[in-house]
Structure formats: C-alpha cells, structure tokens
Design a protein around this ligand. Structure first.
Ligand code: SAM
Ligand code: DTB
Ligand code: SF4
Length: 312
C-alpha cells in the first residue's frame, strides 16, 4: 500500500460513513503494517493560562467568555521542569506545553526566552518536547527547534467551511501558514481537530481530507471530543455518539498510516472498553495525567491499568 496525499473529500466521506466492519478491518491492517504498536503517553501542561484574545467558541481560556478559568501569568521555568520530571517518572514520553496566546511572543521578548529555557529543560529529561503557543513564524520555530523542540501542535479543528462558525479572530490559512512554517523549520507537525462542535459529517471529512493531503502527513493527529465548557458559546452542545468517534479514529489511521493518532480531550467520557476499541481501530497515543490544559482528564492509576492490558 502506498501512502497517498491525493484524497478527495468524497472518498473520505465514504470511509467515514461506509460499512463499519470493513473500515475497522482496513484500519487494523494498516495499523499493523505501518504504525507504531505501543501507546504513546503525552503529558500536557498549561504554562500560561487564560486571558486569550482569540474567540475559539469551545475554549475555556478565551477572554471573551465568562468561564471558571482564572488567568495566570507564564509559569516559572523551574516549576515547568519539575512538572516534566514528575511526568517522566509517571511514564510519559512526551511533554506538551500549551499557552493561551494568539501567537508566540517575539524573539528577544523575555517570555520567548523563558519558553526556550523550558524546551531545553524538558528535552534534558529525555522526553519528546511539544509546544502549542498559537501562531508562530519559521524564525521562532527554528529557535525552538535549536532548543530541542520535537513537534509543534497547531490544530485545524474542523473543515475550512465550518471554521468561521467556531473562530472568527483568525483564518484557516493563518493556521496552514504556521503549520508550513513548522515544516520549514524542521519541526514535526502535530495537527488534528475536535468532534462535537456541531459540525456535519461532511465537515469531519473535510478536516480529515486537509490533514491527509498534507505532504508529509502530520506526525501526530490529536482527535479531541469537545469538552463543553460553561460560559462558552458551545456549552451544552450534544455529545458525539461513540461510533462516530471510532469511525473518525479508524479513518485517520487509513488516511495517515504512520501517524500517531491520539485520543485527546474528552477521553474521560469513554469507557475503558471503548478506548480499547479505539486502539484496535488505529489509535496509538493518549494524553495522560489528571488534567489536560484546564479540563479534567483520566487518573494515572486508571490509565496504568488500561495500558498494562495492551500487548505491543
Ligand atoms: N492557544 C493555542 C492554539 O489555539 O493553538 C494552543 C492551545 S489550544 C487550547 C489547543 C487545542 O486544544 C485547540 O486547537 C483545540 O483543538 C483544543 N481544545 C481547546 N479547548 C477544547 C475543548 N473545550 N474541547 C476539546 N478540545 C479543545
Ligand atoms: C490537542 O489537540 N488537545 C490538547 C492539546 N492539543 C494542546 C488540548 C486539549 C484541551 C482541552 C480543554 C482544556 O483542558 O481546557
Ligand atoms: Fe486562545 Fe488557543 Fe483557546 Fe483559541 S484555543 S481561545 S487560541 S487558548
């Protein structure tokens, strides 16, 4: 099987909506042939929380919505490294630092220098280092790469058509520009989206088609389930039926056979049995730790039990 970058959204739509058994079988075969067989454990840390000028309709950290999140300044470098060491000791192999910024601070800004120190410190623990700081330029990403950054997370979230229904303070092309800058800087790309924003199946197909037609494919693809946050425009949004989530996971595996497909936000709403079905359908990464950025995740003990049942 060759790796393709020329999928049509019609083909992807048929995968998402076709017979489930055939989709799962195809995903399982490709997973065995191409994908890493372990389940990668990534720890998130919000290094700068809240007061974000953007208006992403799902987000607890936008200054435009009245949510329970209390804004916090950029964390101290030593506290971040301490948290990375703890995550490493718990078994995480990748550490992702998230900041509620529209864009990464300019080079020379002391906050940017502090982020570089955080990257160096986390890289020293031996873990992969990922950052998600909003828009960034090739120059900023090159500096971060030199400090030891493995990957940059920047999600497309949904289809190009549905994007402006959720976010108006930037465009789909702004997102694509940052992703291209990461590639040029030699930083791996972590890019995925959210299910449950009120999008149609065609929008999900649109998102997956965008990701699948990137060349090379993103090295990792986080698939989030909306965590509905009180005070945001998307509070009270109906949950996505599990089968639709499973289909998205399997389709991502079929389209991007080598990528790390990550069960991301909202994993705590799935039963262990459902998560195991997702691993069989192609998922091979999770966010671990009791907290995501601001929302609750899954207990370490629960995850340890689950991961120990998976034979690589
Ligand atoms: N500010 C940066 C940005 O937007 O690129 C980085 C942090 S942002 C919180 C990272 C991603 O988390 C978003 O692109 C979105 O896909 C996901 N996310 C944020 N809030 C979420 C929620 N309530 N439910 C599910 N996913 C969410
Ligand atoms: C991603 O796709 N999901 C993570 C990570 N990339 C940065 C963030 C999930 C955030 C969930 C909501 C919260 O914790 O506030
Ligand atoms: Fe800001 Fe990122 Fe939240 Fe959007 S998703 S409001 S950019 S922190």
């Amino acid at each position: 099987m060759e790796i393709r970058h020329d999928w049509s959204s019609k083909e992807v739509h048929s995968l998402l909506t076709g017979p489930l058994d055939a989709l799962l079988a195809r995903a399982r075969d490709l997973h065995r042939e191409f994908a890493a067989q372990d389940v990668q454990q990534c720890q998130l840390l919000s290094i700068k929380t809240g007061a974000c000028p953007e208006d992403c309709g799902y987000c607890s950290q936008s200054a435009r919505f009245k949510t329970e999140v209390k804004p916090e300044a950029l964390m101290d470098v030593t506290a971040v490294i301490e948290s990375a060491r703890t995550a490493r000791a718990e078994g995480a192999t990748r550490f992702c630092m998230g900041a509620a910024w529209r864009q990464a601070p300019k080079e020379g800004d002391k906050r940017f220098e502090a982020v570089l120190d955080m990257i160096r410190g986390v890289a020293d623990t031996g873990m992969e280092v990922c950052c998600t700081l909003g828009m960034a330029t090739e120059e900023q990403l090159t500096k971060m790469k030199e400090a030891g950054l493995t990957a940059y997370n920047h999600n497309l979230d949904t289809s190009r058509e549905f994007y402006p229904e959720v976010i108006t303070t930037r465009t789909y092309d702004d997102r694509l520009n940052t992703l291209a800058a990461a590639r040029r800087a030699g930083v791996q790309v972590c890019c995925g989206g959210i299910l449950g924003l009120g999008e149609s199946v065609a929008d999900r197909a649109g998102l997956l088609t965008e990701l699948a037609n990137m060349d090379p494919h993103p090295e990792s693809v986080p698939v989030n389930l909306l965590v509905p946050i009180d005070g945001t425009p998307l509070e009270g949004t109906e949950a996505v039926p599990f089968e639709e989530f499973l289909r998205a996971i399997a389709t991502a595996r079929v389209l991007m056979p080598k990528a790390r497909v990550r069960l991301s936000a909202g994993r705590n709403t799935l039963t262990e049995e459902q998560q195991l079905q997702c691993f069989a359908a192609g998922a091979n990464s999770i966010f671990v730790g009791e907290k995501l950025l601001t929302a609750p995740n899954v207990d370490w003990d629960q995850d340890r039990r689950m991961v120990s049942q998976l034979s690589p």
